[in-house]
Design a protein around this ligand. Structure first.
Ligand code: ADP
Ligand code: GN1
Ligand code: MG
Length: 375
């Protein structure tokens, strides 16, 4: 891998380089926090090496990100939002004007302003934080409602296509190259038994009942920054998968990652269960920002999408476990299997709470919620 301090010199940044260290807990890219000194002040940036095994076309992905961040910036300006430099990611260009740098080994790197005094959380401490995270992702969706043509590039084809994910799982299972299927029998059975969850949304799209939108597609809770002091939502990050998708992918993944107080790979399975006060907070936050743009069918599938997205991500963890952990970063043996178990445990808990969750949706979609946005 190219030397990080050398890579940093390839971008249009002024000041003297001080240091760089790994940052964040994302499963995909390599992220570094880099510090420079400029006019006697320390200024921070985020440098990322894009995972080229996951993203086949980084230039297309960066084109999406530049378009989306500019669109959001313009919306915020039009709405008179203060503090825009913290509320919209800013891509720093390389010397040749590209929004990325390709090193001699073929790796792609990108550079962002660092958003100060805000943090991301792998799991949330309170329903109040869940509300803020949901308000931010709902706001992101709402701001992209009129995203102009041409459509965004599909950075990972079939990313949330459950049938495709299931086929990949079945292929991994048939090959079982690491002899791991034996250790994952109950999870394999669960994946097969709930395969039907992947039929509904594609059918509704085909019938024209659910629109394709510009969506985030990776609304895991650690992809939003919350203010360190006030807890207020500051900025949605990790825009690698912004592309045409469904609002329900965004709601479902967000709910999956916030419904339980436990982390995605929590050791104690007993802690994985739906917390209704969190579901209420997620619903309120999401609908406050995006409720006005959702169609009736979209609103009627919010609970379903939570179950379906939890299932699909469980299947992806299981597939990666069977294939020897080549996609998601792992930090211990069996990590992907643990992650899969936790997702399937959550699917079970969602099924047990489904009726109450639906009742809660019914309660909120009848109420006209206030929105923070006027434009
Ligand atoms: P991955 O695709 O690997 O998940 P992310 O883009 O989500 O990578 O970045 C990983 C982590 O780095 C985030 O969870 C966040 O903590 C931090 N991070 C990324 N971009 C910024 C930024 N512009 N300002 C502050 N922190 C950031
Ligand atoms: C990955 O990049 P990160 O860590 O935010 C993954 C998501 C999964 C998530 C599970 C591009 O998200 O789809 O839901 O891990 N991103 C990609 O934690 O595959
Ligand atoms: Mg991330």
């Amino acid at each position: 891998m190219s030397d990080v301090s050398w890579v940093l010199k390839q971008f249009r940044v002024e000041g003297e380089f001080l240091n760089a260290r790994p940052a964040g807990s994302g499963h995909i890219n390599d992220t570094y926090l880099a510090q420079f000194q400029r006019a006697g002040l320390n200024v921070s940036y985020i440098l990322q090496r894009i995972n080229r095994h996951v993203f086949p076309d980084p230039p297309a992905m960066m084109e999406n990100i530049v378009r989306v961040t500019r669109h959001i910036r313009r919306k915020l300006e039009a709405r008179g939002v203060q503090d825009i430099s913290r509320r919209a990611l800013r891509v720093i260009l390389a010397h040749d004007g590209s929004p990325y740098f390709r090193d001699p080994e073929g790796d792609y790197w990108r550079f962002y302003d660092y958003i100060e005094k805000a943090g991301s959380y792998d799991s949330l401490g309170s329903p109040g934080q869940a509300f803020e995270a949901a308000r931010m992702f709902g706001g992101f969706l709402e701001m992209l409602r009129d995203f102009p043509d041409p459509p965004l590039h599909e950075t990972i084809p079939g990313f949330h296509d459950g049938q495709k994910r299931l086929a990949a799982f079945q292929k991994a299972l048939a090959g079982d190259p690491y002899n791991r299927a034996q250790a994952a029998r109950p999870e394999i059975d669960f994946a097969l038994a709930h395969a039907g969850l992947f039929d509904l949304l594609p059918d509704l799209v085909k019938e024209g009942k659910i629109p394709l939108r510009a969506t985030h597609n990776d609304t895991k809770v650690n992809n939003v920054l919350l203010d360190e002091t006030t807890g207020e939502g500051v900025c949605v990050i990790d825009l690698d998968t912004v592309m045409p998708g469904l609002s329900l992918y965004d709601f479902g993944d967000l709910a999956r990652s916030t419904l339980s107080s436990a982390a995605e790979d929590e050791a104690d399975a007993a802690r994985i269960r739906v917390d209704m006060s969190r579901f209420e907070a997620i619903l309120k936050g999401f609908l406050a920002a995006a409720g006005g743009i959702l169609t009736e069918t979209e609103r009627s599938c919010l609970v379903f999408s939570t179950k379906m997205m939890t299932q699909i991500i469980g299947v992806r963890f299981l597939t990666d476990y069977l294939l020897g952990d080549t996609y998601f970063k792992v930090h211990r043996e069996g990590h992907n299997l643990d992650r899969c178990r936790r997702q399937f445990k959550l699917v079970q808990s969602i099924m047990e709470h489904e009726e109450r969750m639906e009742d809660m949706v019914g309660k909120y979609i009848c109420i006209k919620l206030p929105t923070n946005y006027t434009n």
